[in-house]
Design a protein around this ligand. Structure first.
Ligand SMILES: [Zn+2]
Length: 230
C-alpha cells in the first residue's frame, strides 16, 4: 500500500536530488509511485564561465532538469524559481513548500540533510531545514497559511522523511538495478558535471557498495530516516 503512495522530493538546486537520491527515485517510479520534484532555485549562479548570463544559465538548467526528471520517471517538476544562493528561512519560502505538501499529499518526503558541520552550501542547509519545518507543524495545522483552505488545500500529515547527504545515515535503499539510470540522470546536468562520467561512476560505485553491505545488497543509497507520529 505504502509503495503506491506519492513521494515529494525537494531539491535546493537542479542536480542535487539526482546525486543524492536518483537511484531510489527511479526505483520508486518503476514500482508505480508518483514522484513529484520541487526545485527550489533555478541554479543561475552555477558556472565559472563569465560569458554566460544568469538568465541563459537558468534556462539551460531548467532544460537539463526536465531531461533528468524524465530519465528517472519523475511525474512532475515544480520550479519555485528562487535565485541560486537566494534561499532564506522565511515565511515566503515555507509557504511555497507547505502549498506543495498540501497539494501533492505525500506519505514520503525526500530532501537534503541540513545538518552538515562547517562547510555546506547555504541553500542546502536552508532547503533542508525549511522543508522539515513545512512538514511539521505548518502543513499539519489548518491555522498555518489559512488562505490555503479557501483554495481547497487541506492540512496534511507526512508519514516519513528521508534525508540524503546525511552524516548519520540509518536507511539504505537498494539501487543496484537503477544505478545506471541515476548516472544517466546526473549527467543530464551537463553544465554541472566537471568530472568525466567514468571517474564519477567508479567513485560512486565504491561508496554505494559500502552502503550496500549495510543492507545486504550490491549497491545502496544512504539516508537519515525520520518517522512522524500520525
Ligand atoms: Zn546544490
Amino acid at each position: 500500500m505504502q509503495q503506491m503512495t506519492p513521494v515529494l522530493v525537494v531539491t535546493p538546486h537542479p542536480d542535487d536530488a539526482e546525486g543524492g537520491a536518483g537511484g531510489t527515485i527511479a526505483r520508486w517510479a518503476q514500482q508505480g509511485r508518483q514522484v513529484v520534484l520541487v526545485v527550489c532555485t533555478n541554479g543561475d549562479k552555477g558556472t565559472s564561465d563569465r560569458s554566460v548570463t544568469p538568465a541563459d544559465l537558468a534556462a539551460l538548467r531548467a532544460e537539463e532538469q526536465r531531461q533528468a526528471a524524465a530519465t528517472l520517471g519523475i511525474a512532475e517538476v515544480v520550479s519555485l524559481g528562487f535565485s541560486d544562493q537566494g534561499l532564506e528561512d522565511c515565511s515566503a519560502f515555507r509557504e511555497k513548500l507547505v502549498r506543495q505538501i498540501r497539494r501533492i499529499r505525500p506519505e514520503t518526503v525526500v530532501t537534503i540533510d541540513p545538518y552538515r558541520r562547517y562547510i555546506r552550501h547555504r541553500d542546502h542547509a536552508v532547503c533542508g531545514r525549511v522543508t522539515l519545518d513545512a512538514i511539521f507543524p505548518y502543513a499539519r495545522d489548518h491555522l498555518s497559511y489559512p488562505e490555503h483552505l479557501q483554495e481547497g488545500l487541506e492540512p496534511h500529515k507526512v508519514r516519513e522523511i528521508y534525508l540524503w547527504g546525511s552524516e548519520e545515515p540509518d536507511a539504505f535503499f537498494d539501487v543496484t538495478d537503477t544505478f545506471s539510470l541515476k548516472l544517466d540522470a546526473l549527467y543530464c546536468h551537463a553544465s554541472q558535471m566537471q568530472r568525466p562520467r567514468a571517474q564519477r561512476e567508479t567513485e560512486t560505485r565504491l561508496r554505494y557498495a559500502e552502503n550496500g553491505k549495510k543492507a545486504g545488497v550490491a549497491l545502496a543509497e544512504a539516508f537519515k530516516r525520520i518517522e512522524l507520529n500520525r
